[in-house]
Each structure stands twice: as structure tokens, then as C-alpha cells.
Design a protein around this ligand. Structure first.
Ligand code: PGA
Length: 254
């Protein structure tokens, strides 16, 4: 027992209208009500956040946004701020997902500011890091992870490092069905934990580090049983309540 509560989050990306998200919540709640000892979260679009905060109230399911700006307010057309999310009752936010880095020019510089802004607003930040297939083949996986972890967490107080969640998501495994091997996942996640430990050894024991990339009900148990893997960030397999609940159950059995 390492004392870290497993965390399983559904990253819906740009899927599910408000009505579809509500139908999912209604199907999910009874399926996870007895998942003792697992933190469960869903990450709907901005538009469905309020409805899902309402429909999961009083349950074990937490609600996370998929992005936010670092400023509290200002002339940033199209953006959403940390206090706006907190006001809705949102519990946290995914930051630095590879799709945002690749398609929407999310930078490490912005993430440096977003991480402490989320914490200051009382939001749990889930920072995504990971290498491309090319970087892995070149032997640059550790260099990439070191760069992202050091830079993106640089403005987070050392004493607060254990309050963030990190998701190791190899980009080549996202949405491809090509899951990392147990050895690859364990090795990369232990490396990320050691990077946190370089700044604050006791926080490295607390920080939860998830695996993400083609997690499904068939491979979840093996990944979640790895000593450094504290949960999963699930995309495709989180779109159906039944398969997401099966992954939550696997986390509960670890
Ligand atoms: P996937 O997505 O499970 O569909 O690979 C994971 C993610 O992008 O967080």
C-alpha cells in the first residue's frame, strides 16, 4: 500500500452534448456507487460542466474541465478562467493534453502559469505529459518528460507538488489502440515520480501519476496494478458508462 487513492478520469474530449452527458451520468452513478477507495471523475465540454456538476452532486463522481486560461478575467475572447470553473462547482481541470499542445498551440510557458492558477482557485490540475512515437524511437522519452515536468511545474510551490495529478500519456498510444506495455508505463511513470522527487522527495510519494493512452476494460487491470501507476485517464473507452465503470472497478481491485 502506497497510500495514494487511485484516480480514474473520463476525458470526453469534444464528445457528448449536454443531453448525452446527462444520460451518461445517470447510467454511471449506480455503476460506481460502491467503488470504494477510488476517485472517479468525468471531464465534459465546458457547456456540459454545469449540468454534470448538478447531476453528480452528492455522488463520488468529480467533474473536471478540459482546459482553462491562467488569468482570472480579461480580454481573452473565447477563454474560460479558473474562478469561472470554481464558481460552477467544477473540481479540477485537465491541462496540457497533447491534443491541445498539438492543435491549439498550448505551450509549456502557458502551462507554467496555468498550474498554480488552478491550485489557487481550488481546482485539481491534471497535467498531461508524454512523448511522440518519434521521440521514443530516438531515445528521447526521458528528455521530453524531464522538460515538460520541470517546466510545467516550475511555478508550483514544492510543498504543493503532491496536490497535483500528472498523467503520463505517450502520444503514440492516444486513440490508436496501441497501449504502452506494462514495462514502458511503469518505467516512464517511475521516472516522472523521480523528477518530482528531485524537488521534494516527500511530495513524490504523494503525487498521483496516471497512465493514459488506449486504456480499456481488458488492459486496465494490468496497468493499474503497476506499483507507480495511480490510475488512468481514459478517452475512447470512457464514452460508454459500462466500459468506463469496468475500468473504475479494476482500479478498486488493485
Ligand atoms: P484514449 O485517449 O484513451 O482514447 O487513447 C486518452 C486521452 O487522450 O486522454
Amino acid at each position: 500500500m502506497n497510500g495514494r487513492t487511485p484516480f480514474v478520469a473520463a476525458n470526453w474530449k469534444m464528445h457528448k452534448t449536454v443531453a448525452e452527458a446527462e444520460a451518461f451520468a445517470a447510467a454511471l452513478l449506480p455503476r460506481v456507487s460502491d467503488a470504494e477507495g477510488v476517485d472517479v471523475a468525468v471531464c465534459p465540454s465546458f457547456l456540459a460542466l454545469g449540468a454534470i456538476v448538478d447531476s453528480t452532486r452528492g455522488s463520488r463522481v468529480r467533474v473536471l474541465a478540459q482546459n482553462m486560461h491562467y488569468e482570472a478575467s480579461g480580454a481573452f475572447t473565447g477563454e474560460v478562467s479558473p474562478p469561472m470553473l470554481a464558481e460552477l462547482g467544477v473540481n479540477g481541470v485537465i491541462l496540457g493534453h497533447s491534443e491541445r499542445r498539438e492543435h491549439f498551440a498550448e505551450t509549456d510557458r502557458a502551462l507554467e502559469l496555468k498550474m498554480p492558477a488552478a491550485l489557487a482557485a481550488g481546482l485539481l490540475p491534471v497535467l498531461c505529459v508524454g512523448e511522440t512515437e518519434e521521440e521514443r524511437e530516438r531515445g528521447d522519452t526521458e528528455r521530453k518528460l524531464r522538460h515538460q515536468v520541470q517546466e510545467d511545474l516550475s511555478q508550483v510551490d514544492s510543498a504543493q507538488l503532491g496536490d497535483v495529478v500528472i498523467a503520463y500519456e505517450p502520444i503514440w498510444a492516444i486513440g490508436t489502440g496501441l497501449v504502452a506495455t506494462a514495462e514502458q508505463a511503469q518505467e516512464a511513470i517511475a521516472f516522472v515520480r523521480a523528477l518530482v522527487g528531485d524537488r521534494a522527495p516527500e511530495q513524490a510519494e504523494r503525487v498521483r501519476i496516471l497512465y493514459g493512452g488506449s486504456v480499456n476494460p481488458d488492459n486496465a487491470a494490468e496497468l493499474l496494478a503497476l506499483p507507480d501507476v495511480d490510475g488512468a485517464l481514459v478517452g475512447g473507452a470512457s464514452l460508454e458508462a459500462e466500459s468506463f465503470a469496468a475500468i473504475v472497478a479494476a482500479a478498486g481491485r488493485r
